[in-house]
Design a binder for this molecule. Sequence first.
Ligand SMILES: Nc1nc2c(c(=O)[nH]1)N[C@H]1C(S)=C(S)[C@@H](COP(=O)(O)O)O[C@H]1N2
Ligand SMILES: [Mo]
Length: 376
Amino acid sequence: MGHRLGDVSAPARLAAPDEGIGPDELALATRNHGLPLEALRHDLTPPGLHYVLTHYDIPYIPDATAWQLTLGGLVRRPLRLDLAGLRAFPQVTTRVTLECAGNGRALLTPRPVSQPWLVEAVGTAEWTGVPLRLLLAEAGIEPGAVDVVFTGADHGVERGVEQDYQRSLSVEDATGGEPEVLVAYAMNGAPLPPQHGHPLRLVVPGWYGMAHVKWLRDVSVVDEPFTGFQQTVAYRLRERPEDPGEPVTRIAPRALLLPPGFPDFMSRTRVVRPGEVPLEGRAWSGRAPVTRVEVSADAGHTWHETVLEPDDGHRWAWRRWRLAWTATPGEHLLSVRATDAEGHSQPLDQSWNRGGFAGNLVQRVPVLCLDVDAPA
Ligand SMILES: Nc1nc2c(c(=O)[nH]1)N[C@H]1C(S)=C(S)[C@@H](COP(=O)(O)O)O[C@H]1N2
Ligand SMILES: [Mo]
């Protein structure tokens, strides 16, 4: 018998009531990183500031020209394509706001022990690549196809299950064209950086991050529902370990505030001077376009409608919003919430699930307005 790497049937751990962030969560938080919120100012997130989440190791791919993407399973003509072969297909560029399904997890009670995000697991990039449906049309999907399985080159073990990182989409979601799923080879006009999937990744606009398989090496069409770990064990919304749970899919609406003023180093409290303080931020939803963003300066008692900028055709990207706020000396708690065209909005009290997935609690930003002159 080899060493045991965990109990396959054991659910993910929940933190005890007063348990602080431990070394295991800290180890994840130093490998993965969030968007520094001041970077909400950029329409397109500079790649080094885009959040990163990687379950296992970032694969070492020194020579992208040797990379091969295989497309097989239930298809008439299995394909093997290198980057030059992929570039021969029509190319599409889509601006996409990507958010980790675990965003907000560390604010939950009890806290699911995993990557401890607060609100910053987000970024927006322009992804360029081949529409997946064109590759599948070239391969020719056979009758009886159910799911399309995507495999990354990274390998690891998770709760006792050794695996390649794998996720699936239904044939309908993979080929429907709305949103257009991409096999992407460029991010903001440059080859993908190592941490974002170099040289190839899947991009599924509007879906939480787990669907966007990085270091994509294989696409397989299968005739039964895919039951891989990341599909049926992780990334389910369940309150009890034994629940089958609903799958995590599209991004719930969220708005974030570009932090006003300047920060206190440790508490991150924002410091502003009295008078008009321009507030701005971003809002997005993978379910339907964002139609409204509101700000509260009194902990959610009264809400003020902000001015939402047009999306300029970037349906899958965040939109900027703005509001002028008059700060008075003292402590304030700013809150912001988004609502989309289907009426989905953000809760003031977060519902809970064991994985800490798909949360979208309103952001709360403590601000201290100081009525003193700035130091020289
Ligand atoms: N192969 C592979 N793809 C992956 C992951 C991974 O660990 N391995 N993590 C997923 C998760 S959970 C998220 S949130 C996004 C993060 O994408 P980013 O690091 O480019 O922001 O990648 C997804 N794709
Ligand atoms: Mo994620």
